[in-house]
Design a protein around this ligand. Structure first.
Ligand code: BGC
Length: 676
């Protein structure tokens, strides 16, 4: 069986025939593999590769991090475009942009000769303290799902596999290798599952990464119920599950992972040592049929990503192109959120200013060393200060003394270091570093025209100074073009249009996960006692005023919305309700608005959130321009997960449609009845 087959003989084998149906090719190749070769395919080597089976021409499948750019090596020998952090991309509320991002980053993956990207990370923002908040999208399952589907589609349109991670309830870094997320079935169904499920069902995700943590007592990599029953059998996932890096060092046994449906152990062998696999197999702990299913999943993706194809027949790769850099800048520009702008301090007027003071610890830092697996090595990164210098050249003097300046721009926030926005640990404080708070306060006394620009990938406390500062821009980590994007926004080259994808609390104790040690950080277990009341579902239902609500983000222009019209007032069965609303730019700047549609259930047999996002549209309008936006709602948007019945149900009765500018700024509302 193991003798070499010549190249010309190989080419004649059915699995090499590209005109044969995918499943036929997969079956044919599987049949040719020995048991030993199947074992070999189940564990990785050299960090980012599967093992080759030379005899059959199976090359290693190569996979690389990460969510903000392709990183091939730790030394930066291979450079790539550094895109804005995931949270910044999410703040664009622009699925088309996410799809373009997916296409671009996949082209970079192709260009380095790999087949899979270890992204997107779509864990829910359960707490602002999670060290990887910047790497994830949002607190809301609907927004999460729309963006995840777009990114995965974009990536896979280039025949590169997306790897959607981390499945599931990896919502904190503290004790991430050992902690068990104790979560209710309803919270899984309503909050944590939807984006993963949609990535599988609507975007056909080719791979899923299991999480380090346990879920209700069982490690993600050996969770038979979550992987085999839910992901594969219920959702119909056809791709393969890969372990998070070394996650399987802690799982119970070889067979528990195999039986759960985990195909690939990365980055190297632990539970999937061929000797261990052989022993478990001989002892009857798993069947060859089960192993075959796991292996077939990997083979399928190898075919789909073109591992057996002539390179010239695959979508072209490209890297570090001007086009990708422009896209990185566009995402940064669209993702930055103007949190506050009292007295219209912004935008700055180039013709009226003579001196700008630029201060603060983050004015001239680079952030590409993303704090763990989202590290990138771009050919350049424009810092905020460099961006401003470039913009002001020959027109405005940049100084460092607020007392002498017309206006001060303070750049503060966090960094990608342990205890801040970084992988492996959670943040060690919700507050800004005290020296930054002092500097802001001191500066206000010298010059009250201060704009605070937050370079941070998660919410920080602003309570000590927010009332004294007229303008705040949340700039996140904006990728390699961040300095240009920030100065474009500050000087009104374009109007900000980012909206918060998560609630900014006033106090950490207001946040739903921060009720007690039990709910965060936990110890061996962390209890998700808040259930479905995550993010604004908690703040709005319990009427706790946040610092800035979910969906909030100002513009330089004004938008008016009117004429909320429903296609019917009573909805029956599977009928679709069409909702239209007119949006008008009633200000003086061109700009984009995100129209947000929430649904409110009047009366229910179980406790429900005060409102839930069920639609959004980003529209670009010139001054005076008006557009009608259309939404569609059906009974699935009205339903909730009943733990008693073990399924999603919808109850008859009245529902409100709320249209607004954030979860707390509802501009229009109307009622309809669901008749069942
Ligand atoms: C992270 C993953 C990452 C992997 C490979 C793990 O520590 O949790 O997100 O893809 O490392 O770098």
């Amino acid at each position: 069986m193991s003798e070499e087959i010549s190249k010309s003989e190989l080419l004649k084998l059915p699995f090499m025939n590209i005109s044969l149906a995918l499943e036929k090719r997969v079956e044919d190749l599987l049949e040719r593999l020995t048991l030993k070769e199947k074992f070999k395919l189940c564990a990785g080597r050299r960090m980012w590769y599967t093992k080759p089976i030379k005899r059959l021409g199976i090359k290693p499948l190569a996979m690389h991090d990460g969510p903000h750019g392709v990183r091939v090596d730790e030394q930066g020998k291979t450079q790539s475009t550094y895109f804005p952090s995931t949270i910044c991309r999410a703040a664009t509320w622009n699925p088309e942009l996410s799809e373009k991002f997916g296409i671009a980053i996949a082209q970079e993956v192709r260009d380095v000769g790999a087949q899979m990207l270890l992204a997107p990370g779509i864990n829910i923002h359960r707490t602002p303290m999670c060290g990887r908040t910047f790497e994830y999208q949002t607190e809301d399952p609907y927004l999460n799902k729309k963006l995840a589907v777009s990114v995965v589609r974009g990536i896979q349109s280039q025949r590169i596999a997306a790897c959607v991670k981390h499945f599931i309830c990896n919502n904190q870094e503290t004790n991430r290798f050992t902690v068990s997320s104790e979560v209710s079935e309803r919270a899984l169904q309503e909050i944590y599952f939807p984006a993963f499920k949609a990535a599988v069902q609507e975007a056909d995700a080719w791979s899923i990464m299991s999480s380090y943590n346990k879920i209700n007592g069982i490690y993600g990599s050996e969770h038979h119920h979550l992987l085999r029953d839910v992901l594969m059998n219920k959702w119909g996932f056809k791709g393969f599950v890969v372990s998070d890096w070394s996650a399987m060092n802690r799982t119970t046994s070889t067979e528990s992972c195999i039986n759960a449906g985990l195909t690939l152990e990365m980055p190297t062998l632990n539970k999937y040592f061929p000797s261990k696999m052989k022993k478990a197999f001989d002892e009857g702990k798993f069947t060859e049929e089960t192993l075959n299913d796991n292996v077939k999943r990997l083979l399928r993706i190898m075919f789909l990503t073109g591992l057996f194809d002539e390179e010239s027949t695959l979508p072209q790769g490209s890297r570090n192109t001007r086009e990708h850099q422009i896209l990185a800048r566009k995402i940064a520009e669209e993702g930055m959120v103007l949190l506050k702008n009292e007295g219209d301090l912004l935008p700055l007027n180039m013709d009226k200013l003579r001196k700008i003071a630029v201060i603060g610890p983050n004015a001239n830092i680079q952030t590409f060393l993303g704090g763990g697996s989202s590290t990138n090595f771009p050919p350049y990164e424009i810092t905020p200060l460099e961006g401003l210098k470039q913009k002001c050249k020959g027109k405005i003097k940049i100084i460092d003394s607020p007392a002498m300046a017309d206006v001060t721009v303070f750049f503060g926030g966090l960094r990608h270091i342990k205890g801040m926005d970084a992988e492996g640990d959670d943040k060690n404080a919700f507050a800004l570093p005290p020296e930054q708070v002092e500097l802001i306060k001191k500066t206000i006394k010298e010059n009250s025209n201060i704009i605070v620009v937050m370079i941070a990938g998660s919410p920080v406390s602003m309570i000590e100074w927010i009332n004294e500062v007229p303008a705040v821009l949340q700039a996140w980590y904006g990728g390699m073009e961040t300095g240009n994007a920030i100065s474009a926004i500050l000087f009104g080259e374009l109007s900000p249009s980012g909206k918060l994808p998560l609630t900014f609390p006033k106090y950490l104790s207001d946040s739903p996960a921060h009720v007690s040690e039990r709910t965060y950080p936990g110890d061996e277990k962390v209890f998700y006692d808040e259930g479905i009341f995550v993010g604004y579902r908690h703040f709005d239902t319990k009427n706790i005023e946040p610092l800035f609500p979910f969906g909030h983000g100002l513009s330089y222009t004004n938008f008016t919305c009117e004429n909320l019209i429903l296609s019917k007032e009573k909805l029956t069965g599977d009928e679709i309700l069409t909702i239209t609303v007119d949006i008008m730019n009633s200000g003086e700047y061109p700009g984009s608005e995100v129209v947000q549609l929430y649904i409110q259930d009047f009366e229910s047999s179980v406790e429900r959130p005060l409102k839930e996002l069920k639609g959004f549209k980003k529209v670009y309008l010139k001054p005076g321009e008006r557009v009608t936006t259309t939404f569609e709602i059906d009974k699935s948007d009205l339903s909730f997960y009943s733990e008693n019945l073990g399924k999603w149900i919808v109850e008859e009765g009245n529902f409100n449609i709320l249209v607004g500018d954030s979860s707390r700024d509802i501009r229009l509302q109307t009622t309809f009845e669901y008749l069942g």
